[in-house]
Write a protein that binds this ligand. Sequence first.
Ligand code: IPM
Ligand code: MN
Length: 330
Amino acid sequence: MSHRIGIIAGDGIGPEVIAEALKVVDATGVEYDAVPYDLSGANYLRTGEVLPDSVLDELRGMDAILLGAVGTPEVPPGVLERGLLLRMRFELDLYINLRPFAAPAGELNDGVDMVVIRENTEGTYAGEGGFLRKGTPHEVATQGSVNTRLGVERCVRFAFDLAATRPRRHLTLVHKTNVLTFAGDLWQRTFNEVASEHADIATGYDHVDAACIHFVQRPERYDVIVTDNLFGDILTDLGGAIAGGIGRAASANLNPARTGPSLFEPVHGSAPDIAGTGAADPRAAVISAGMMLEFLGETEAAARVKKAVEGSDDASGSTAEIGSRIAERV
Ligand code: IPM
Ligand code: MN
């Protein structure tokens, strides 16, 4: 059966890394129909539209979405983030943002093998808040954090289920319960309740600031981490930095209930400064495409992609050269 995959290549290095990701998917022999969508900063500057409702409805009919990166310096902050990326996460109910980090022992640490499960539809990202007396000396700006029992619980349950499939069977909650005593309390109570149903999973808790130290000094402490949206955003950039660089950080925005497509994208942005130079590392996009194959049930192809990327450490050269080397190994 052929999969229908919506392709949002985007801006900057987005199209370059997506081309390599598709090269690698092609090498697996998995059949798919690529449906390209010109959703990008460049398209916004041309048309004034970020994500028309009709396009969002079309995307709902895809089996998966593969996204490169969006953003151009001319577009003000928030337009594409809120209008495209977050809108898709919310509207398609992509409530899990799964970000794996793996690297052999090296200069920075004794090796990394962890997965961060970031809640992807709530927290400060929900957009609660606003201005009062904007632009005056008495201006007030608030930005709340939305945490629902349903949202927290479905995320925590996903993390426990994932931990149960990994050899270490360990799950750490990362939050800031000593200061965020309302949201943190809901997270901790939910975590403890779900933990009581999973006697076979060892659990831990770290404050997010302490987790930053552990990421740098002894990341081997972690197997699976579950955390809130904003903490997960920050922590996963750090995760990229300690595990081979942001050029290898991949992500899956999942709708585990499968009521619509899930979306796969590298963690990095559009990097306009290196666009067109061939300097972009396509591995984050390739790994993301591999996670897409896995979620689509193409388990064997996904395993081949994973192995090919892992074996590509010696591959250097341009974006296209690295992509070709990985494709050859698939
Ligand atoms: C990420 C990005 C996004 C986020 C931005 C671009 C909206 O930083 O996927 O980590 O904050 O989630
Ligand atoms: Mn981020």
